[in-house]
Design a protein around this ligand. Sequence first.
Ligand SMILES: [Zn+2]
Length: 346
Amino acid sequence: MEKEMEYTDYAIEQIIQLCKTPSPSGFTKKATQYLEQELSKLGFKAEYSRKGSILATLGGEGNPLVLAAHVDTLGAMVRSIKPNGRIRFTKIGGYPENNIENENVIIHTRDGKEYTGTVYINGPAAHVYRDSGSSKRDDEHMEVVLDEIVKSKEDTLKLGIYPGDFITLDPRTIYTPSGFLKTRHLDDKASAGILLALAKAVSEDKLKLERKVSILFTTYEEVGHGAASGFPADTAEMISVDMGAVGDDLGTDEYTVSICAKDSGGPYDWDVTDTLIRLAKEHKLQYAVDIYPFYGSDVEGALRAGHDIKHGLIGPGVFASHGYERTHRQGIENTLKLLWEYLLLA
Ligand SMILES: [Zn+2]
């Protein structure tokens, strides 16, 4: 399996670039343009769906398989400007508000300007507010404080900031010498990088496809309808490549490829899941089969939209999901290897 290893470095480079490219659901053009360029360097044509997902056909014939990863992430949007010029936000995607407390953000205006700021609780000074530690974390009790001299609603509006502007979170991307990748948005840019690495392996003739394989990068997964459309009508099977959940009694950690047998949308296809488990065993990969309690994937969106396809879900284990996330090179590599072996099957 030596040949797969060289592609892990490439996958990690791509993950880092993607994590640094802001793309909350609804504001994903920078990420999809990046993917389009990278796919073109590899010799593949990116086809856009109307709602902005990207599909690339890698080649092969028969039994069409789609591997889907999402490049939209969590984020926020300006809900209103307060009388003091600060911003009340509304969340994009699901997460507890304390996960963005004290985070630096960028506000992207509709006319293309960018302003920086920080998410604070209302009254963050510990020397002034006795209950700053215990006050409720929600959009009513938190605000974005701009790095601009604004003292009134008028001041902020004058900058060109209005309700409906997107707010993106500083990913704080760090790759440590010990192989840990700590950053926001590993969900699901970790998997998007892995799909690019598979595309690279196909383009360099290192990976020979025994069936028709396409890769799909969706842009509305965090809000529930990512892969409801945007893939070929002949698709027989779709595997969501998305982060593995870590915690409590689950076997997945940052070093494993997680194979999901059931999540909040119900069980995954028996044949697909069983084959993935068999391959992971055969090739002595670090893997775990898990049930994710609060999780829905892109392929469930496709099923609920009425597509008659077989379905599976695998991905690298991601610690602290929907927060400041963490995975490890080993988790990326195990996921890449499992998909590689799966693509060698007819
Ligand atoms: Zn995800």
